[in-house]
Ligand binder design. Structure first.
Ligand code: ASP
Length: 319
């Protein structure tokens, strides 16, 4: 049997592939400019590694959309099926990395590692973090493969996060991600080697890559509960989008909803729209309880819960 040693690097854009004209003003840049081959070439330590690059998309991840996820799922299905492939690294923007990571976590069969990475500074910044994150991601993919660990993780700023929990927690510092209360799975040494495995490796959702192959996903939107939330947003949404299939509420605290908004959601649920809850609080999420009026998606952000509800409405039972 061939020993799987190749890492496939799938490029999707983001700040990691961003460029600016003035290195002193690193915040003035355009995301998604450099090809994934250029990103790999900028990391001398990757010269001796068997890599194959593929540009799946070239987007600022704030603009992430279903067609990119479809392409990504197709590429993953093909690449992961190849015997010589040890794992896949995905370069991504930080803004929606948590959504892509959670989607892939739910779809993956957990057989081989899928490692997302990104950067907070563009490639032209003097202190660009992308090259190191990319090197670390490739090292983690090879390490995980050697250890027989599959599934989806994200590598940022010397931390390895589970794809089930990772989220962007800071808008501009380099170490911008955390696990919403879950610890990092591992911390990396300066050379990218894994220091110690702290947490259990994530168990994948195993829904299969085919789940996202429909051309248009069911419409699922997010609404937030807040002071004065009187339900007008929900009623306007429903009037404007008769194809609405689901709503995720970013609730206050441990899953509570302002009473007038709750009434509007009850009416919508009675009319056949699925309503799920998550929390707008950064850590902890909402724990499901028996008799919940609106089911809670545990331990994820509202944006991630939306991904789960889209898959649920596609027919993959998750809750
Ligand atoms: N807007 C960028 C993106 O998400 C931000 C980043 O990558 O840090 O693509």
């Amino acid at each position: 049997m061939v020993k799987a040693r190749q890492v496939v690097v799938l490029g999707t854009g983001g700040t990691i592939a961003g460029t600016g004209t003035d290195p002193q003003q690193a915040w003035r840049y355009q995301a998604a400019q450099l090809s994934v081959e250029q990103l790999v070439q900028a990391v001398p330590e990757l010269a001796g590694v068997s890599l194959r690059c593929e540009q799946v998309a070239q987007v600022d991840s704030k603009d992430m959309a279903w067609p990119v996820w479809r392409n990504l799922a197709q590429a993953l299905a093909l690449e992961l099926a190849r015997d010589e492939v040890a794992g896949v690294v995905i370069t991504h923007g930080t803004d929606t990395l948590e959504e892509t990571a959670y989607l892939l976590h739910l779809l993956s069969d957990g057989a081989k590692p899928i490692v997302l990475t990104a950067a907070m500074r563009p490639a032209t910044a003097p202190d660009a973090d992308g090259p190191r994150n990319l090197r670390d991601a490739v090292k983690v993919a090879l390490w995980a493969s050697e250890q027989g660990r599959g599934g989806v993780v994200a590598v940022m700023a010397s931390h390895v996060w589970s794809g089930a929990h990772v989220r962007k927690m800071h808008s501009h510092v380099i170490d911008a991600f955390d696990g919403g209360g879950a610890l990092p799975l591992a911390t990396l040494l300066p050379d990218g080697d894994v220091l110690a495995l702290v947490e259990a490796w994530p168990d994948s959702g195993r829904l299969g890559w085919g789940c996202v192959q429909v051309p248009v996903p069911p419409r699922v939107e997010v609404v937030t509960s807040h002071a004065d939330a009187d339900g007008v947003m929900v009623r306007a949404l429903w009037a404007a989008a008769p194809d609405l299939k689901g709503v995720v509420v970013a609730c206050t605290g441990h899953g509570t909803i302002n009473a007038p908004l709750e009434r509007a959601l009850q009416e919508m649920q009675q009319a056949g729209v699925t309503v799920w809850r998550s929390s707008r609080v950064a850590r902890g999420g909402v724990q499901p309880r028996e008799g919940d009026e609106f089911p809670a998606v545990e331990g994820v952000t509202a944006a991630q819960a939306r991904v789960a509800l889209v898959l649920h409405e596609l027919g993959a039972r998750l809750c």
